[in-house]
Design a protein around this ligand. Structure first.
Ligand SMILES: [Zn+2]
Length: 118
């Protein structure tokens, strides 16, 4: 995989009540969400390579890592791969996978209103 040249890209800081690494609210003992745009680009700028799930959980204790490794394995996601979505093809699939992982990234998201034809 090619390294993306970030050039002059700058990210705005996340809200103060969110994790400053991945820009969502999560307990500090839990992995960062490597699927967020903020985490991916923040990591890329700092480390000059795309992030993986292994990177996102590097700060976790072994018990938390083992729990996530087990869940990610059930979802057939390679934690050392930069393909962090595991080839998710639809939002429903994301919800199904998130429910397995006790995440609710899309739970409060409402369906987009139908676009009016012009
Ligand atoms: Zn985080």
């Amino acid at each position: 995989m090619d390294i993306i040249n970030c050039g002059p890209l700058e990210l705005l800081s996340p809200p103060k009540d969110c994790c400053q690494e991945c820009a969502i609210k999560h307990h500090p003992s839990q992995p960062h969400n490597p699927r967020t745009f903020y985490y991916q680009y923040n990591f890329l700028i700092k480390h000059k390579r795309p992030a993986t799930w292994a990177d996102a959980m590097a700060h976790c204790n072994q018990q938390v890592k083992d729990k996530w490794l087990s869940k990610l394995k059930k979802l057939n996601i390679d934690v050392s791969s930069t393909n962090i979505t595991g080839n998710i093809k639809s939002e429903q699939e994301v919800r199904d996978r998130d429910s397995i992982m006790n995440l609710s990234l899309f739970a409060k998201r409402k369906a987009s209103p139908a676009r009016e034809k012009t």
